[in-house]
Design a protein around this ligand. Sequence first.
Ligand code: Z5A
Ligand code: MG
Length: 214
Amino acid sequence: MARGKLILIEGLDRTGKSTQAAKLVESLSNQARLVKFPERSTPIGKLINQYLKESETHLADQAIHLLFSANRWEVAETIKATLLEGRDVVMDRYVYSGIAYSAAKAVPGMDVQWCAQPEKGLLKPDLTFFLTNSESELRKGFGDERYESSGFQTKVRHEFETIFKNYESQDYKNNHIVFLDTTGKSIEQVHTSVGSAVEEYIQKNSDVEEFMYF
Ligand code: Z5A
Ligand code: MG
């Protein structure tokens, strides 16, 4: 049986990642599984949730970075097991968010290479979408959690683009990283774009069996 595909929906805040990830899972036929990061229900996820929601919770920038990464390692084995069962896995944020948000803080020593180190060995997505939307800050909920300010989002966007275009340039050129500007597009229109890119990817790469790793 062919392994499932690992599909990632990444992007800036409030750009519709969770909405699109949920719709994509529903539309896939092989009992696809949705995995959201941070996975807030695990012991490490609970700490992360507290850090994001309560501005008085202090953690060193290095410590929270490593917790976000550890949160991915907590579920890494189950993701691989699901793929080996022939089921697709759709992720809502992953390693790229981990690197981009931490690198955007510009803490001495915490450059992209430092941030990427604890992610080494995690499964690499087969296909990644990067959602942007110039009106997303007007959407419900923006500003409720740490990191949700316009100035910081501009820095995060720059880090994402640097990662995709410099460090992952091969995947970017091969269309395995798809930039999607959703400004002015309805949920259904974005879903159609995501769905057709996934279909095309699966058709062209149905025989790819080996896993890729960060
Ligand atoms: N973070 C990190 O630092 N390091 C890491 O390793 C990871 C994450 C994994 C929480 O993430 C924070 O953690 C985040 C990054 C950091 N920091 N910030 N800020 P999160 O993923 O849990 O955040 P969230 O609370 O889910 O927000 P979000 O992901 O930014 O939102 P979204 O998923 O992109 O959007 P949505 O919930 O699907 O949609 C937002 C609203 O817009 C909602 O009312 C929708 O109905 C509406 N919507 C969606 N699409 C459309 C369209 N097309 N038209 C109109 N309205 C729409
Ligand atoms: Mg979300």
